[in-house]
Design a protein around this ligand. Structure first.
Ligand SMILES: O=C(O)CCC(=O)C(=O)O
Length: 287
């Protein structure tokens, strides 16, 4: 007898490929959340106020370079096992970012974060770059939850012609009427619970609501590159160089915790130049 039931993880992987994201429940336990919150709170408390003004829209953008305490959440065995079971093997780590939106923080503009649009993998269902986002608090529309435009990882959207992510003017909200702050048809809110994990395709457009609560809302974004050996050598070379430039000074125990995801490219190839803009291979109708 045959059945049509598909395993929950196969369904999640299909959702990731078709819509661009999936959510896994209970991936970080309380101890790991507490350890990560302590690190994020210290990082936010010591952040440079001028730099904070430069990133008003996202909130803090604090890279993992000097925060080895993040090794626990980056190397979280539950998450690495889930990635493997989903079929996302050979994931290598680039960097993590502590993104904390203060009370009253504005919307984050629509953007996509893929940096390797010259690599043919960016036009395939084998995504070259994914995010793992762990929210430190439960999120809702009220405190600035994530918003997504499902399918835009494989289909061209008008937002692709509206400028790159993370440039000075948009980060500072110099023009609050910039169309990247607007609502778009088919956008979806993704309220999250602390301890759950959202895995997303870096090519997909995403944004957030404003934080209208009286508490901070903090997320740790972790950037991984699945099927690392199958990326162009120049892409692998860039990820390798970037990871090691940022994290080689981490103490040994922290590096041990993330050992499974450290990129190790041994070829003698120039690193790619980061490229955030898709070419004509990305079409309105998709694959
Ligand atoms: O702050 C958030 O919830 C989203 C962060 C984000 O868009 C990113 O890390 O690329």
């Amino acid at each position: 007898m045959t059945t049509n039931t598909i395993s929950p993880l196969v369904a999640k992987f299909k959702q990731l490929q078709i819509e661009g994201y999936c959510v896994l429940e209970n991936i970080a336990d309380n101890a790991l959340l507490e350890r990560t919150r302590a690190c994020a709170e210290q990082a936010v408390a010591t952040a440079n106020p001028e730099k904070l003004a430069r990133t008003r829209s996202p909130g803090t953008l604090i890279d993992s370079d000097t925060y080895p305490q993040l090794s626990g959440i980056i190397g979280n065995p539950m998450a690495l096992l889930a990635l493997k079971k989903l079929g996302l093997s050979d994931c290598k780590f680039w960097k993590a970012v502590i993104i904390s939106k203060p009370p009253g923080g504005p919307r984050l503009y629509w953007h996509q974060d893929c940096l390797m649009w010259q690599d043919s993998r960016a036009y395939s269902n084998r995504m070259p770059m994914i995010f793992l986002m762990y929210y430190m608090e439960n999120t809702s529309q009220e405190n600035g939850c994530l918003r997504l435009l499902p399918g835009t990882h494989r289909r061209r959207h008008i937002l692709h012609d509206m400028g790159e992510a993370h440039t000075r003017d948009i980060n500072r909200v110099e023009n609050p009427n910039d169309p990247r702050f607007l609502d778009y048809p088919n956008e979806q809110d993704v309220p999250m619970r602390a301890g759950d994990l959202i895995i997303g395709d870096a090519r997909m457009f995403h944004a957030t609501h404003a934080n209208n609560s009286d508490q901070r809302r903090t997320v740790i974004t972790i950037w991984f590159h699945p099927w690392f050996d199958d990326l162009l050598p120049s892409t692998q070379s860039w990820i390798h160089e970037e990871f090691h430039r940022r994290h080689d000074d981490w103490p040994k125990p922290a590096l041990t915790e993330i050992a499974a995801v450290i990129p190790n490219f041994t070829g003698n190839v120039e690193p790619m130049k980061p490229n955030r803009a898709p070419d004509e291979r990305l079409t309105v109708n998709g694959p």
